[in-house]
Write a protein that binds this ligand. Structure first.
Ligand SMILES: NC(=O)c1ccc[n+]([C@@H]2O[C@H](COP(=O)([O-])OP(=O)(O)OC[C@H]3O[C@@H](n4cnc5c(N)ncnc54)[C@H](O)[C@@H]3O)[C@@H](O)[C@H]2O)c1
Ligand SMILES: [Zn+2]
Length: 357
């Protein structure tokens, strides 16, 4: 019997979803039983959206043999993955990540999740998809901000695991940046970007295989994220989601005051780019890396159009740094770099990770 597919897609990529569905039916890949559009925002990344996906499946009479296919960025694939894990105790799931971040990161490694009470990805499960389809042309419609956000995660993977591919990626993304992130520039660089994206997801897969459930080795993938998440908290992204999480832990569910400064709203990848430079600076201070590593990484990221300077003193980020998900007691599992391609995990007290702007 042909695969019975139920497609959930981000309505921002409806045209791609419809085209894929027609193509799959035509070439016999699956029988598309139904399609459901969702609003893929961080605010909608909730159990209630997952429940609505499950109700939709139930209403359509989907059974254990159904395959759920998520088409969209990380918000969509994270929710679709969780819905598939829960529906009838687990049905097959496939992803079509349509953002660069999704292709190199969110759709790889099996983490699913939704936000709860303002805490990002508070509920979730680790469960690998049956298949990840790469739709190359979806990258052509991404905004420059979303494109750079994915580029930062791709660069992160190579800073961790492959110095040669890192240099190649910097060259290609800085060319696209130099050309002003025009559609034409992205289109002409696309074959090389797709090749890099494949290599980055293969690197991530390899790292994940060593520690699927994120107990130790997978923490390496957190390079730049301790400060990255703290910056996201500080600028109150996601409609206050991250900011509320800290307050919620204190027992006060009221939204905290918004940061007083007005600043550029960094995407996740941009915040991670700043976090990677901080990690390199801390690596130099620790004596793990040779002097000059942070300056080199900062120059490379800037050439790719990414920010590298801490927007505030680390002291202001303290509440969020203290909330780091890789925290173990009063110590944080922090990812340092010996050099590009050579990460090292060390447990450090928060006070030893504070750095001036
Ligand atoms: N599961 C994991 O391991 C993992 C890893 C990293 C991030 N994430 C999660 O992924 C999410 C971030 O992923 P994301 O950056 O893909 O976010 P996203 O899904 O919010 O997509 C970003 C934006 O791009 C739009 N979009 C998607 N594809 C498009 C396309 N082809 N053309 C134009 N616009 C398009 C979306 O509608 C959205 O507005 C976060 O919720 C994060 O927690 C999960
Ligand atoms: Zn990330």
């Amino acid at each position: 019997m042909k695969k019975q597919a139920y497609i959930v897609y981000d309505n921002a990529v409806e045209a791609f979803a419809k085209k894929l569905s027609e193509q799959w039916q035509k070439d016999g890949y699956c029988e598309v039983k139904a399609m459901m559009a969702i609003q893929a925002t961080e605010n909608n990344k909730t159990l209630s959206t997952v429940e609505s996906i499950c109700s939709w499946l139930l209403g359509l009479g989907a059974d254990k043999s159904a395959t759920l296919i998520g088409i969209g960025g990380g918000v969509t694939t994270d929710m679709v993955g969780l819905a598939a894990a829960l529906f009838k105790r687990g049905i097959d799931v496939e992803y079509v990540p349509t953002t660069l971040l999704g292709q190199v990161d969110a759709a790889i490694g099996g983490k699913t999740g939704v936000n709860l009470d303002g805490v990002k990805n508070a509920l979730g499960i680790v469960r690998l998809p049956k298949k990840v389809h790469i739709l190359e042309e979806s990258l052509e419609t991404l905004s420059p901000e979303e494109f750079r956000s994915g580029a930062a995660e791709l660069l992160k993977t190579f800073i961790l695991f492959d110095a040669g591919l890192y240099a190649k990626a910097v060259r290609i993304f800085s060319l696209v940046q130099g050309a002003g992130y025009t559609k034409e520039a992205i289109k002409s660089a696309l074959p090389e970007i797709i090749e890099l994206s494949r290599a980055a997801s293969a690197c991530k897969e390899k790292a994940v295989k060593k520690d699927l459930f994120d107990r130790d080795k997978r923490h390496l993938l957190n390079l730049g994220h301790t400060y990255g998440h703290a910056i996201e908290w500080w600028q109150n992204v996601d409609g206050g989601h991250v900011a509320v999480s800290y307050e919620a832990k204190q027992g006060a569910y009221a939204e905290p005051e918004k940061p007083s400064l007005t600043l550029a709203n960094f995407t996740h990848g941009e915040a991670v780019a700043i976090g990677m430079v901080i990690a390199a600076r801390l690596s130099e201070i620790e004596g793990v890396a040779q002097p000059g590593l942070a300056a080199r990484i900062a120059a490379d990221l800037e050439a790719c159009g990414l920010p590298t300077g801490l927007p505030v003193d680390a002291q202001e980020l303290l509440p969020a740094l203290a909330n780091d998900k890789k925290k173990d007691g009063d110590k944080i599992d922090f990812v340092f770099l010996k050099e590009i391609g050579k990460p090292v995990l060390k447990k450090r007290r928060l006070k030893d990770l504070l750095i001036a702007r």
